[in-house]
Design a binder for this molecule. Structure first.
Ligand code: FMN
Length: 327
């Protein structure tokens, strides 16, 4: 990939972008991956569950843990604890979840640009590791604050911002406002990554055109479909090499991705347990013929290995059927 091509990011998604999925997304063409958001309060209290969320692997480079919190001292302490392992640390000002926002963290902080700036400044001062920020446009009550915040954060030394073109109040409703992302990318000279509603190669090129952004971040469009990164790059003429699953159709690609995901899980999770496996199984098979019947069996399956195999057999069956029809 040439230097000037816009990088494609896999969006951080709680319950979805586990380490195995992030490595899979990279193998499928994602240039950058970020961990799901992790509470600074959990990390500073050495909560095992929180530390599991910020696990990485040499295959995931750069490694970018995403953190959130409402208490500046805790955020600074977290940055200090992560700095030896992280290549970049990302701070979340985008989460709309009430349990996060009620603690004045996530997107709720966008109502108070001074506080966002103080928090990020304190984190930047605490470390040599580059700090990036992911945010929404604003809270949705009063003027949107993302533009002001991005301008001020650039002055503080933030390396990059990612903007999801919705407000906190919107959560996931309506359409992402790419025009407001354009205003931001025109106002600052650090890279701005556009996020929201990119689901295929046409929306990818429309979003790049509309926002003038330096790169794109893809969330829901990559759930159960890690191939989206390769598809975008192929359709936009950014790559010509065949993908790791070869030249076969969608079913073959899905079967390859699922089997590869299982392989990575075996490799990464020592006890082979992965709390996201069932959710991924549902996403990987969504909308496919006979998938709803298979899903009934899937929900009753408690053994993870068996569950993995059940989905493999289903997808491989579909792939050979498609090959036979194509022949
Ligand atoms: C299931 C789910 C979990 C998410 N978790 C996070 C998270 O941990 N951190 C974060 O910054 N954004 C999170 N988001 C927001 C996404 O990163 C992204 O900003 C949003 O989905 C919009 O992009 P999209 O239209 O490409 O999905 C989450 C979104 C979804 C759907």
């Amino acid at each position: 990939m040439g230097d000037q091509l816009p990088p494609l990011f896999l969006a951080p998604m709680a319950g979805v972008t586990d380490l195995a999925y992030r490595i899979l997304a990279r193998e499928c063409g994602a240039d950058v991956t970020v961990t799901e958001f992790t509470a600074a309060s959990g990390l500073t209290r050495r909560n095992t569950y929180s530390w599991l969320k910020v696990e990485s692997d040499p295959r995931e480079s750069p490694f970018i843990p995403q953190i959130f919190g409402g208490i500046i001292e805790e955020m600074v302490q977290t940055v200090e604890m992560l700095q030896d392992r992280a290549d970049v640390i990302d701070i979340n000002f985008g989460c709309p979840a009430p349990k996060v926002c009620k603690n004045d963290a996530g997107a709720a902080l966008l109502r108070d640009p001074d506080r966002v700036v103080s928090m990020v400044r304190a984190c930047i001062e605490a470390t040599e590791v580059p700090i990036t920020v992911k945010m929404r446009l604003g809270t949705g009550s009063g003027e949107n604050t993302a533009l002001e915040i991005c301008e001020r954060l650039e002055a503080e030394g933030v390396e990059r911002v990612c903007v999801h073109g919705r407000t906190l109040r919107q959560r996931y409703s309506g359409e992402a406002d790419w025009d407001q992302i354009r205003e931001i990318s025109e106002a600052v000279s650090i890279p701005v990554i556009a996020n929201g509603d990119v689901i295929d190669s046409s929306t990818a090129s429309e979003c790049l055109e509309a926002t003038g952004a330096s790169g794109l971040m893809i969330g829901r469009g990559a759930i159960g479909r890690p191939t989206i990164f390769n598809e975008i790059k192929r359709d936009l003429g950014w790559i010509t090499d065949p993908p790791p699953w070869g030249e076969g159709g969608d079913a073959i690609a899905r079967a390859w991705c699922w089997n590869r995901y299982l392989e990575l899980c075996e490799d990464i999770y020592a006890d082979s347990r992965n709390k996201n496996l069932k959710r991924h199984a549902v996403s990987f098979t969504k909308g496919l013929p006979g998938a709803s019947a298979m899903r009934v069996d899937l929900h009753g399956e408690g053994n993870q290995r068996k569950l993995g195999r059940m989905v493999s057999e289903y997808l491989e069956g579909l792939a050979s059927l498609n090959e036979a029809t194509a022949a």
